[in-house]
Each structure stands twice: as structure tokens, then as C-alpha cells.
Design a protein around this ligand. Structure first.
Ligand SMILES: [Zn+2]
Length: 349
């Protein structure tokens, strides 16, 4: 099959799935719809949704993605005429194409996207994918998340090991010191769920976004803190008078004080090839290898299950080197023709 020019990824990160559909970026004038794979900010922004509404295009996402976006975004995510909520496993039909979303196992509401286009065939975008996916899009051409290449295969521990060690470590210190937990949106709420100490420590300190995401997870029966007090508020000061030790949670390191009091855990995708999942920079500062992204063999596994004719690795959201490595590994190990997205020249329409 020759190199396609109707599917790929633009420099600004927009995924192109034929003429009618874009994903995770800016909608084109000639598009009919834009699909958002999940609620992380490098995939969806208030502006990208508002811009699509303004151009009178359909905006498609799962209800969980909608709810997570609505915790911080100002655009109408309740009743806009252009907003289409599409659940996993259901199809949205248009004249010349249809859109289907499947679970991507990355964060709540995250989706793999399949566009079945009468002219171009079955065009897929993995979105960000996690390790435990059970159903796979049936794509002929697959745009693939390249956060990790498939070369990380030497790890001696699993993500579950890392999670349980983290939870154990936090529990050990909870009555002795302040605790700060930093993790990406989605991963943080999973950690809080696994921690499940909310009868003992009902209130945590966080920002509006952490509180909002936690609430959405709680509605989906994840164990979450009973309440949040906002950082910098009077309530926070009061809590600190009441309790000797507190837990602060954040989606970004920058939301914590420069030198936060207590023990700080940063669970941010690094050190995933290290000997141990938790690496102490100091007694009070620990880096935790924990990720919601598929790594190593599980990426190749995913590609083999989707079994497309062509794979295009997304080089806009990661360093180009990872996208290159991943394309090479897919080509060699799965025997599937692979390109990085910057090797694809998208045609002008
Ligand atoms: Zn993501």
C-alpha cells in the first residue's frame, strides 16, 4: 500500500482522519466533525471546542470526557446543539462516514477512534492507550500514540507493583508527616482510589481541577476523598490548625510550594526502566515510575490486535525520536508498514 496523504497528524497535533473528521486539535473548514479522544490538555482545550462550535461542526466525545472537560472549561458542555455524546461501542452515522469509539484504558472516558469513510476506508486513531484494553478498533490505517516506543521491555516490575508500593509507602508515613502527591490527571485519581483511606483522612488540599476530576471519578464509584479544601483558602488554613498532618494532591508539580513541607511523591512516568519503581531523590522526595500509557510489549500487542495495513506514529506530542523508534519497531516486529507522522505529507483540500 502506498504512503497515504489523507490520514496523519499535523504539526499542531491535530489528527487527520480523512476529509470529514479531525481529532484532538483544530477542526478544518471542510470537516463535518471533530472527535476528542480524552480530557488531557494536550488533546482537548476550551478553544478547540469553542472554535468547532463557532464553525458549526459536530463535536464528539464520551460523556465522561465531557464531564472531565467541564470541570475547568468555560465553553458550553451541557446543551450545545453541536455537541454529540457518543458512548463506547456505539456508532454515529453521517452520510459518507461513521464514527465509533472504543475504550482506550488510559483515563476515565478515554477512547480509541474509528472513522469508517466511504471513500478512504477505515481510519483509526489509538488516542492515548493504556495497558489493559479488551476491544480493538478495526482500522486499515492506524495513527498510534508514541509516548513510549516498544523498546522498554527490561522492566522487572509491573505498574500494579508500583502502585501497591506507592500506596504502602504513603500509608506508612501518613500519621508522621505531611504528604504531597503529584500525578497527571486521571493517574492521580487512580492513586487516590487505591489509597482508600478516606474514612481516616476525609479532607485533602487541592485545586479546583483536582477537586473537579475527583468528583467525576467518585460518581463512577472510585474511592475518593470526601472533600477538598482549596489551596490558599481560609479553609486550608483552618484545616492546618485542626490537623497536625495533611495530604495535598496536585496534577502538576508547579501547583505545590517551591519546597513543600513533608514527603513529596511525584508519579510522572519516569524511571520506568529503573530497578525499583520508587526512587528516592531524598528521604522527603520520591520519584515513582507509574504511567497510564502502554509501554514496551503491550504497545506491540495493541498494534497486532488492531492489525492495520499501515501504522503512522504520532510525532507531534512526543519527541520525534520516540515516534521514529516506535515506527521502526512496529515495522520490524509486527511486519506492518510504518511511518512517523512527519513523513506523511497531507494533501491540501
Ligand atoms: Zn493522555
Amino acid at each position: 500500500m502506498k504512503k497515504p496523504d489523507f490520514v496523519g497528524c499535523k504539526e499542531d497535533g491535530t489528527i487527520v482522519l480523512g476529509n470529514h473528521v479531525s481529532s484532538d486539535g483544530k477542526v478544518e473548514e471542510h470537516n463535518k466533525a471533530i472527535v476528542f479522544s480524552h480530557a488531557h490538555e494536550d488533546h482537548v482545550t476550551n478553544n478547540s471546542i469553542a472554535d468547532a462550535y463557532l464553525k458549526d461542526k459536530k463535536v464528539v466525545m464520551t460523556d465522561d470526557t465531557r464531564k472531565l472537560c467541564a470541570t475547568t472549561m468555560l465553553c458550553n458542555l451541557v446543551s450545545d446543539y453541536n455537541l454529540e455524546i457518543l458512548e463506547h461501542g456505539k456508532e454515529l452515522e453521517f452520510d459518507d462516514f461513521s464514527i465509533e469509539l472504543l475504550e482506550a484504558g488510559h483515563i476515565l472516558g478515554s477512547s480509541q477512534i474509528l472513522v469508517n469513510d466511504k471513500k478512504y476506508g477505515k481510519l483509526g486513531y489509538s488516542g492515548d492507550i493504556g495497558e489493559n484494553i479488551n476491544s480493538f478498533i478495526d482500522a486499515d490505517i492506524l495513527v498510534l500514540d508514541s509516548t513510549y516506543s516498544g523498546e522498554h521491555t527490561n522492566r522487572k516490575w509491573t505498574m500494579q507493583d508500583s502502585m501497591s508500593q506507592l500506596v504502602e509507602d504513603i500509608k506508612k508515613h501518613i500519621d508522621q508527616d505531611d504528604i504531597n502527591i503529584v500525578a497527571d490527571p486521571g493517574l492521580l485519581e487512580l492513586i487516590l482510589h487505591e489509597l482508600n483511606i478516606w474514612n481516616r483522612v476525609p479532607v485533602v488540599i487541592g485545586d479546583k481541577k483536582e477537586a473537579g476530576w475527583s468528583q467525576v471519578y467518585k460518581e463512577k464509584h472510585y474511592e475518593q476523598p470526601n472533600a477538598y479544601v482549596l489551596k490558599g483558602s481560609d479553609d486550608e488554613r483552618e484545616l492546618k490548625i485542626q490537623n497536625q498532618f495533611n495530604i495535598t494532591v496536585a496534577h502538576n508539580r508547579s501547583k505545590l510550594d517551591e519546597n513543600p513541607k513533608g514527603i513529596t511523591y511525584i508519579a510522572k512516568n519516569f524511571g520506568i526502566e529503573n530497578e525499583e519503581p520508587i526512587n528516592e531523590v531524598s528521604e522527603k522526595f520520591k520519584l515513582v515510575g507509574l504511567s497510564c500509557h502502554a509501554t514496551g510489549k503491550s504497545i506491540l500487542n495493541y498494534v497486532e490486535k488492531v492489525s492495520p495495513d499501515i501504522v503512522i506514529t504520532d510525532s507531534s506530542r512526543t519527541n520525534t525520536e520516540n515516534a521514529k523508534k516506535l515506527a521502526k519497531i512496529v515495522q520490524q516486529e509486527a511486519g506492518i508498514q510504518s511511518f512517523t507522522s512527519d513523513e506523511i505529507k497531507l494533501k491540501k483540500i
